[in-house]
Write a protein that binds this ligand. Structure first.
Ligand code: TXA
Ligand code: MG
Length: 313
């Protein structure tokens, strides 16, 4: 029997009961599907790591539905609230200092002194968080290092019965994960390029956003592991002329077996990226995939980050 349920009020209510009872619910956000649990329930959080086969040194994002929640467990200031007001709900995640000594969220934070938080821009996600009455901690709902899910079926394919319930809210509009910025210091440091363009943050703050130079294999910049989002087939990136035996994912006028965006729109390309990597994995006849060059600005930063990691061997 399928554990996919449509996002009706009744099913969201059921899902909130699953969250409160310590279960796992996969739910849609505007970026990718998340695998959610009650942030205060260490056992449920441990089950997330187990279901994903994800190492415990990799901290999770807390999803909130009201900005006021921040004050309870993170150090906030004017800059934090200004960013929240402008970009939330939306694909921007903030790394803040933890204030409350609440050991039950230690596992969610991987024991770090920081808390990572965002407000997703999806009615199902927001309704689920509100109904549950707690922040919902959620990584992308896929096996560790595999391609992130942008439909309910992707979640079912990857995690199956490891999830108690999957809420189906259709295909994710943004299609790449949130941008993560570290606000624990004076500077603003981008830890992961994502659905909010770096340029938009810089314009809003009137300040340069630095790019993390962290060691990709250490938890100071976790999730930035070199191999991530990986398809099964061999992947080459920045390919203008593919080999005959390669399955080619095009962009703009560079057409292929699939095209991320025939009109060259980076937002459209981001929204197709993970689904097309999956299709390419199924359809590549010779075990080889190539992707056309993607301009490295706006959402192109996130796309290039993902395919670079996906191509790493
Ligand atoms: O769009 C998204 O952000 C999706 C949806 C479900 O909200 N979530 C998501 O979560 O992508 P996840 O766990 O797959 O990726 C979160 C990344 C991880 O790579 C983690 O290492 C990093 O954020 N991270 C979390 N907390 C951190 C912290 N305190 N310091 C540095 N990196 C952190
Ligand atoms: Mg992930």
């Amino acid at each position: 029997m399928s554990n996919i349920f449509k996002s009706s009020e009744e099913n969201i209510c059921r899902a909130s009961e699953v969250i409160r009872a310590g279960g796992l619910v996969a739910f849609p956000t505007e970026t990718v599907y998340g695998l959610g649990a009650n942030v205060y329930d260490a056992k449920a959080v441990a089950n997330i790591f187990a279901a994903k086969q994800r190492p415990h040194f990799d901290p999770l994002i807390s999803h909130i539905a009201e900005v006021d929640f921040l004050k309870e467990y993170a150090a906030t200031d004017e800059r934090v609230f200004a960013l929240a007001k402008h970009f939330w709900p939306g694909p921007l995640t903030l790394v803040l200092r933890r204030i409350e000594e609440n050991p039950s969220i230690d596992l969610a934070c991987s024991g770090l002194r920081t808390l990572t938080v965002r407000m997703p821009n999806h009615p199902t996600a927001l309704a689920l968080i509100k109904k549950s009455g707690v922040p919902i901690v959620a990584p992308s709902a896929n096996k560790y290092q595999s391609i992130s899910p942008t439909t309910a079926q992707h979640v079912a394919d990857g995690l199956g019965d490891k999830v108690d319930m999957i809420l189906d809210g259709g295909a994710c509009k943004v299609g790449v994960e949130s941008t993560i910025i570290d606000l624990t210091g004076k500077e603003v440091v981008m830890l992961r390029a994502g659905g909010t363009a770096k340029e938009d943050i810089e314009t809003f703050l009137n300040q340069k956003v630095l790019i993390s130079g962290g060691n990709p294999d250490l938890p100071t910049a976790p999730g930035q592991l070199l191999r991530h989002y990986a398809p099964k087939n061999k992947l080459r990136i920045n390919v203008a002329i593919p080999d005959k035996d390669e399955f080619y994912i095009g962009f703009g006028t560079q057409d292929g077996d699939l095209n991320l965006s025939p009109v060259g729109d980076l937002a459209e390309a981001a929204s197709h990226l993970f689904a097309y990597l999956r299709l390419a994995d199924e359809q590549a006849l010779h075990g080889k995939i190539a992707i056309a060059p993607i301009p490295n600005l706006g959402l192109g930063l996130a796309i290039n980050d993902r395919i670079k990691r996906a191509s790493y061997r």
